[in-house]
Design a protein around this ligand. Structure first.
Ligand SMILES: Cc1ncc(COP(=O)(O)O)c(C=O)c1O
Length: 478
C-alpha cells in the first residue's frame, strides 16, 4: 500500500474520528466552563507580529503535530467570546448546539447552489426565511429570500435587487448608465457595508446621500424628505432608502414607520438593515420598537448577532419574493435550465452572489427547532434589558456620560470628570489598558467628536455586576 493509501485510511478512519471528535468537544467544553468562571484573559495580549511568530508557515512534509495540542493553543490564543466579560463587537458567543450544527454542516458539506447539492439545507433555508418573514409582518407565502454569509453580503444582495428594480434597463447586462443617474439614501449612522455596496454596484460612494441624525442618532425625517425631494428635482432615481434597526455604533432604531410612509409617497424601495437589531422580531415585546419594518421591501437580519449562531448566517428577506430573483437569475443554462426562477426557487444561487455556500439554514432551523422560539425571544429581551439597566447605572454615576439612552444592548459611555484635560484620549487609553490586561474586551467609537467606550451585551452570561465592575475599573485608572 502506498503512503497515500495508508494516510487516507487513517485520515478517514471512523474510529479515530470518533475519538478525536470526543477530545475536541472535551477541550471546548472545558474551555467554556473556565470562561463561564471568568478565568483567563478575554483577549490574550499578542500583537499581530507576535501572533505571526506563534503561527508560522512551518508545515511538515509528513505531519505529526498533535491535533489536540494544536487546538488547545488555538483556544488559548483566541479572543474568548464565551467569557462573560466579552462585551465588544457584535459577534456572539455561539450556542454550543449551533456550533455543533456548524460542524455537522461542514462535515456534510451540502453547499446549496443547486437543490441537489443541499436538499435538506435548501428546505430549511426556505422555512426559516418564511418564518422570519412572518415575524417581520410580511405575508410568508408572498415573501421569500435567501441566506448569505453575513450582513455585508446581505445588504449587497438586497440593494442589488433594489437597483435592478429602480433602473430602467437591465443593469446586469448593460451596466449603470449614465453616471449619477442612481443614488442611495442612508443616515450618517449607516453601516459601512451600505456605502461599500454602492461602490461595488458601480454607483460610486458619492451616490450615497447621507441623511443627518437626531440627538439619539436616528434618521431625521425632515432631512430624509428633503433628500427625496432633491433627488426628484435633480432627476436622480433613488435605488433605496436604507434604514438602520439598529445602527452599529449605538443601536439606534430609525423611525421605520414614518420612513416607510415617505418611501411610499415617493415610490422608493425601503431596505431595513436589521443585521444587529432585526433579531428582536422574535420577541412580541421588542417587536413594537420595530413598527414599520413590515412595510419594508427588504430586510436583513444576522443570526450570528442576536440569535446566538456562529458566524456567519444572514437572512435576506424580501416582502415580494419575486424581487429576490431580480438580480441573479441570469441564464446559466447548464445549472438552472433556463426556467422561470420562481419555478426553480430551490436553486438558491439564483438569489445570491454566492455559488457554493455552507449549510446556513441548518444552524438557524435546528436551533429554533431544538431550543424553541421563546428561548430566543427571552434571550434577546434579557440582553436588551441588561443594556437599558447598564445605561441607567452609567447615568446615575457622577462624571459618566451616555452617548444616548440605549435602545437595546449597545451602550456607548465615557468617563469625563471636569478636571480631565483630554477626555477623548482617556477613553482610548483606558480601553487599551483594560483590553491588554485581559479583564474585559470592549471597543470604542467616535460620535460627534467625542470618543466613547462601547459595549455590546451579547454574551448571555454577562451580568450587571460585571458591568458595574467595569465602571469601577475605569474610575481606578483615572
Ligand atoms: C447594522 C449592521 N449592518 C451590517 C453589518 C455587517 O454585518 P456582517 O459583519 O455580518 O457582514 C453590521 C456589522 O456589525 C452592522 O452592525
Amino acid at each position: 500500500m502506498s503512503d497515500l493509501d495508508s494516510d487516507l485510511d487513517s485520515a478517514f478512519d471512523p474510529g479515530s474520528f470518533r475519538s478525536l471528535g470526543h477530545r475536541v468537544v472535551d477541550l471546548l467544553a472545558d474551555h467554556m466552563a473556565a470562561a463561564a468562571r471568568r478565568e483567563g484573559p478575554v483577549l490574550p495580549p499578542f500583537t499581530p507580529m507576535q501572533s505571526m511568530d506563534r503561527w508560522p508557515a512551518d508545515f511538515p512534509a509528513r505531519g505529526g503535530e498533535d491535533p489536540i495540542a494544536l487546538l488547545a493553543r488555538v483556544v488559548s490564543d483566541s479572543n474568548h467570546l464565551h467569557h462573560p466579560c466579552y462585551v465588544g463587537h457584535q459577534v456572539t458567543s455561539p450556542l454550543p448546539w449551533s456550533a455543533l450544527l456548524d460542524f455537522a454542516g461542514a462535515f456534510l458539506n451540502n453547499g446549496s447552489a443547486v437543490y441537489e447539492m443541499g436538499p435538506v439545507s435548501t428546505a430549511m433555508e426556505r422555512s426559516v426565511v418564511r418564518w422570519f418573514a412572518g415575524r417581520i409582518g410580511f405575508d410568508p407565502l408572498l415573501a421569500d429570500g435567501v441566506l448569505t454569509h453575513g450582513g455585508s453580503a446581505g445588504n449587497l444582495t438586497a440593494l442589488l435587487a433594489a437597483r435592478q428594480h429602480a433602473a430602467s434597463c437591465d443593469v446586469w447586462e448593460e451596466g449603470v448608465t449614465p453616471a449619477g443617474a442612481l443614488c442611495l439614501i442612508a443616515s450618517d449612522q449607516t453601516h459601512y457595508s451600505v456605502r461599500r455596496s454602492a461602490q461595488i454596484m458601480g454607483l460610486g460612494g458619492r451616490s450615497v446621500v447621507s441623511v443627518p441624525t437626531d440627538t439619539r442618532y436616528r434618521m431625521r425625517l425632515d432631512a430624509l424628505a428633503a433628500s427625496l425631494r432633491n433627488a426628484k428635482a435633480e432627476g436622480c432615481t433613488v435605488v433605496a432608502v436604507v434604514a438602520s434597526a439598529g445602527s452599529t455604533a449605538t443601536g439606534a432604531i430609525d423611525p421605520l414607520d414614518a420612513i416607510a410612509e415617505l418611501c411610499a409617497e415617493y415610490g422608493v424601495w425601503l431596505h431595513v438593515d436589521g443585521a444587529h437589531g432585526g433579531g428582536a422580531v422574535v420577541s412580541d415585546r421588542l417587536r413594537t420598537a420595530l413598527r414599520g419594518i413590515e412595510r419594508a421591501d427588504s430586510v436583513v437580519i444576522d443570526a450570528h448577532k442576536m440569535l446566538l449562531a456562529p458566524a456567519l448566517a444572514t437572512l435576506v428577506v424580501f416582502q415580494n419574493g419575486r424581487r429576490s430573483f431580480e438580480t441573479f437569475s441570469q441564464q446559466a443554462v447548464y445549472i438552472f435550465g433556463g426556467q422561470d426562477p420562481t419555478e426553480t426557487w430551490y436553486d438558491l444561487a439564483q438569489r445570491t452572489l454566492e455559488c457554493t455556500k455552507r449549510m446556513l439554514g441548518l444552524q438557524v432551523y435546528a436551533s429554533l427547532k431544538v431550543l424553541g422560539t421563546s428561548f430566543f425571544a427571552a434571550y434577546v429581551e434579557r440582553m436588551y434589558d441588561l443594556g437599558r439597566a447598564f445605561g441607567e447605572l452609567v447615568a446615575q454615576r457622577p462624571h459618566w456620560e451616555l452617548a444616548t439612552v440605549p435602545e437595546g444592548n449597545i451602550v456607548c459611555f465615557r468617563y469625563a470628570p471636569p478636571h480631565f484635560a483630554n477626555a477623548n484620549e482617556f477613553q482610548a487609553h483606558v480601553r487599551e489598558a483594560i483590553v491588554r490586561e485581559g479583564s474585559y474586551y470592549l471597543v470604542k467609537t467616535s460620535l460627534r467628536g467625542k470618543t466613547y467606550l462601547r459595549c455590546t451585551l451579547i454574551n448571555p452570561r454577562t451580568e450587571l455586576s460585571d458591568l458595574e465592575a467595569l465602571l469601577l475599573r475605569v474610575e481606578a485608572e483615572a
